[in-house]
Design a protein around this ligand. Structure first.
Ligand code: GLA
Length: 390
């Protein structure tokens, strides 16, 4: 959306044209490989998109927080209180959770007008939630001169999601949305938060994101269930090999899992984590070596493991992936994000992108009755202030 048009909407909503709002932006992300590893202290390899969440924000002389979004029909108003409480299934929980984190740290918040606009599809596994949290966090940090560094804002946003919203996510989304860099993917070690920016040069390939458009179902509860299953694996291994998290074990130690974990479900979950960590290491190397073929094949293996061992795919994602793989020019394709729905990410040779989109849309709709959406994103930078005149 044009910034001018967006600010016009802001004034229509909140009036008082004498005081301009300030503009902030936070991207969405797509994870290239390394799924369901972050909360196991493992490796991930996401990149930030040029899609994201815009926030126009302005201080007022009142004690009221006013929230509105181009994307959601409900506006909200609330008085600033000691600490806020969860408002049920409402998008306002994302900013409120973040504001709570600022209040907890003793930052005095005055009345504010918030106006959001997002072009990351909601609930599609492209971090629309982390994007709203982080844009709120960078804006409050700037407006109140709070002086928190980006890592602190990442932790605050993750806590907002874990403790306020109630989704027990890992750190990948908030971290990548905060630290992302155009034309790069972030190779992040979620155990110690060490990271490396790797140039994302896909040579003659394009990145295509396909949205299953499957209605969001039990994603959060299934997600939390997977987390507990991984914790159970660590627990079961304790007498034989005590580790802080599953990612302290290498792929060579899969036989150790097979020996000591008798529950077949827990074994499969743990095996996915160990094998996926190795795939991330191999994928980063492949990208550095300009070996896009090898990178794509690791993406394919990642999906197979998420389907068979981690069981977070489903008919919609599997149809896109397994039908997509049969199409010409497809070097790699897999689900991305939490799974159960949401999106796939594919690497497709440039000359085949149109054919990929047309044929896959046709097959997918025929098999599932749903029309998919396709995005050809560019990478973008992490969360920050924007020039309102640009
Ligand atoms: C969601 C979570 C992330 C991560 C992915 C799966 O996006 O928010 O922390 O666990 O799922 O890799």
């Amino acid at each position: 959306m044009e910034t001018k048009f967006f600010s016009e909407k802001f004034f229509e909503k909140y009036g008082n044209r004498k005081i301009n709002p300030v503009l902030f932006f936070s991207p969405g992300r797509v994870n290239l490989i390394g799924e369901h590893t972050d909360y196991n202290g493992g490796y991930v390899f996401p990149c930030t998109l040029n899609y994201g969440t815009y926030l126009l924000i302005r201080k007022t002389n009142s004690n009221t927080l006013r929230f509105s979004s181009v994307n959601f029909s409900n506006d909200e108003e609330t008085e600033i209180s000691e600490l806020f409480i969860n408002k049920g299934s409402n998008w306002i929980n994302y900013p409120l959770g973040v504001i709570n984190e600022f209040l907890k740290k003793g930052i005095k918040v005055c009345g504010l007008d918030f106006f959001y606009y997002g072009d990351v599809p909601d609930g599609a596994g492209l971090s629309s939630s982390a994007s709203i949290e982080m844009v709120t966090a960078v804006a409050l940090n700037d407006l109140f001169g709070a002086g928190f560094d980006m890592l602190e804002l990442v932790h605050m946003s993750q806590r907002a999601e874990n403790e306020f919203v109630g989704m027990n996510c890992g750190i990948m989304d908030q971290f990548s949305v905060g630290f992302g860099k155009k034309d790069h993917a972030i190779f992040l070690n979620c155990d110690n938060l060490g990271y490396e920016m790797v140039p994302l040069n896909l040579k003659n390939h394009s990145l295509i994101i396909t949205n299953t458009n499957k209605k969001r179902g039990l994603t959060d509860s299934k997600y939390n269930e997977r987390r507990s299953e991984c914790e159970k694996a660590v627990e079961l291994l304790k007498p034989f090999r005590p580790v802080k998290n599953l990612s302290r074990l290498s792929v060579e130690e899969i036989p150790l899992l097979e020996e000591h974990i008798t529950d077949p479900v827990i074994l499969r979950r743990a095996r996915h984590v160990l094998s996926e960590n190795q795939r991330v290491l191999d994928a980063v190397k492949a990208l550095k070596d300009n070996n896009i073929q090898a990178f794509g094949s690791l993406m394919n293996q990642s999906h197979d493991s998420l389907k068979n061992d981690y069981e977070v795919t489903g008919i919609e994602l599997d149809t896109l992936v397994y039908e997509g793989r049969e199409l010409p020019g497809v070097t790699g394709t897999r689900m991305t994000g939490a799974g159960f729905g949401g999106c796939t990410v594919s690497i497709v040779k440039n000359e085949y992108t149109t054919e990929f989109i047309t044929r896959l849309a046709e097959i997918y709709t025929r098999q599932t009755g749903i029309t998919p959406d396709f995005y050809l994103p560019e990478t973008g930078n992490g969360a920050g202030k924007k020039d309102i005149t640009s």
